[in-house]
Structure formats: C-alpha cells, structure tokens
Write a protein that binds this ligand. Sequence first.
Ligand code: NAD
Length: 299
Amino acid sequence: SKTPVGFIGLGNMGNPMAKNLVKHGYPVIAYDVFPEACKEFQDLGAQVTESPADVAEKADRIITMLPSSPNVIEVYTGANGILKKVKKGSLLIDSSTIDPAVSKELAKAVEKMGAVFMDAPVSGGVGAARAANLTFMVGGVEQEFDAAKELLTCMGSNIVYCGEVGTGQAAKICNNMLLAISMIGTAETMNLGIRLGLDPKVLAKILNISSGRCWSSDTYNPVPGVMEGVPSANNYQGGFGTTLMAKDLGLAQISATNTKTPVPLGSQAHQIYRMMCAKGYALKDFSAVFQFLREEETF
Ligand code: NAD
C-alpha cells in the first residue's frame, strides 16, 4: 500500500489537488489554518492534523499549496513549521506561486535537515485542478524529479522539469506576466473596437484569425457575450482572482529588479492590477480589466 502524503493549504486549488491524491489511493495527511477547509477531508478519510510540524511527523512526502511567500515561510520555518519535525530523506514540494528567491532560501534550509525541496508551481485554474489537468513547472535537483513526478502526475497532465530550484517559479512568473499584458491588451483593444462601432463578436472573430490572436482573445475573452463558460460570461466570478494576478506581477517586478531586467509593460500591468484591487475588483477574475477600462468618467 502507498505511504502517506502530507498536504498543506486546502483552498481553491489545494482542495481538488488533494482529492486527486486520495482518488489515486494515497493516504492524505491534511492541514490548513482555516479548519473549515479540512472538514471535507476528514469525511474523505484523510487524517487532519494540528500543524505543519504534525504533518511532517506523519508523512515523508509533503505538498504545500498556499497563497504567497509569507505563508510558505511560516509553514516551513514557523514555531510549528515543517522544519521542526521533518524526517531525513523527506521530499517537500511547494506548488504555491512565490518569489523564486524564497524557494531557493527554503531549499537551503531543507537541505540542512537532510531532506529535499522542489518548487512546482502550476498553470491551469480550478477546472484543471479538478480534472487533474494542471501543468507543473518543476525546479530542483534533477535526480529527485522522478520521485516528484510520481505524485504530480496524479494532479496534472504536463510535468515539466525546468532546472535548478527556483526555475519552476521563474517559468510561472514569466508566463503570468505575459498573460497579464495580453489580457490588458485584449481588453483595451476590444473596448476601442466597440467604441468604433464594431460588434464585439465580429471583432473577436477577426482577431482570432489574425495576427492579434492570443489566449486572452480566443480562449478567455474578457468581453461579456463573446464566449460562454468563461468568467466574463458570469460577472467575472470564479477563475483567477485579480489579487493573485497582482501578487504574481509583483513577483515579476522583484525578479526584474534583482536581475536588472527592463520590463516596462510588466510594470504597467502590475500597476493596473494594483489599481483594480484598490477599486473593488480584488475578488473578481483578472479578465475584469475590461470592465475597469470601461468605467465612465464621473467628473
Ligand atoms: P486560496 O487562497 O484559495 O487557498 C490557500 C489556502 O491556504 C487557504 O485554504 C488558506 O486557509 C490556506 N493557508 C493560508 N495560510 C496558511 C498557513 N499558514 N497554514 C496553513 N494553511 C494556510 O488560494 P488558491 O487559489 O488555492 O491558490 C494557491 C496558490 O496557487 C497561489 O500561490 C496562487 O497564485 C496559485 N495558483 C492559483 C490558481 C487559481 O486559478 N486559483 C492557478 C494557478 C496557480
């Protein structure tokens, strides 16, 4: 029978991901600061614990899926953190999207304890998490990749080795910076076309067979009424939250500063998503930038 797998952070993404591990027959040892998030897992037969240290005591493979860098640091190095009880030879996989510099620091601390740390952030939203269809971008020691893959294939369909620790995060941050830029570009373009008298469906159709085509125009169009089954068709509910996009763009800015890399459009995108958070769009899907750009002048 399979040995237990710890799972810490059972939110929008962690919940369906951990369920897929249960489905594959792994006994799951669960923890979340928010007790409500664990209840469902108790019913599924998972063991719910009191702290990340408890998880580390009971499982030698642990996946974390937390909001941002400070939460991951707390779960690893806090008073009741994983590092307090981690067993030698344990495999610790962090699938949160965080600062690659933090991943590298944690990898060092984990290595000192005789265990292995890998960063494995994901692409694909809640739907892909449910369908075990995520893409994992994995950074860390290559010899450990197969061991990580054994677990990650239960939750995703594309598991890509990126390089040394932190490079999974690097790939994720780069992807999301481009996604934000293309989403804003699609939204402002669609808005201009509409104000020039074009039917948004006709404009989208033309973009999607022309050189302006991108994922934001053909798979996740931000204009209500152009596509079905996307957040713009449902008042921008669900999907990928504007706060999370703002966080990822902030990470891209930190990385760009650290490497002296000019990212003018990434900076602009970061500011736009920050403004949206401040103006009541925080919990809407990030494609709501279309709505934000449509706000009428009131003075
Ligand atoms: P979420 O906020 O829904 O879930 C995070 C969970 O972590 C919550 O249940 C929260 O209670 C728990 N948590 C926070 N601090 C904790 C702590 N100290 N100890 C234990 N549990 C703690 O977030 P999410 O949407 O599941 O996203 C998780 C990560 O995945 C983020 O880094 C996000 O950027 C990334 N991501 C999200 C999506 C998406 O579409 N939602 C897609 C790709 C990547």
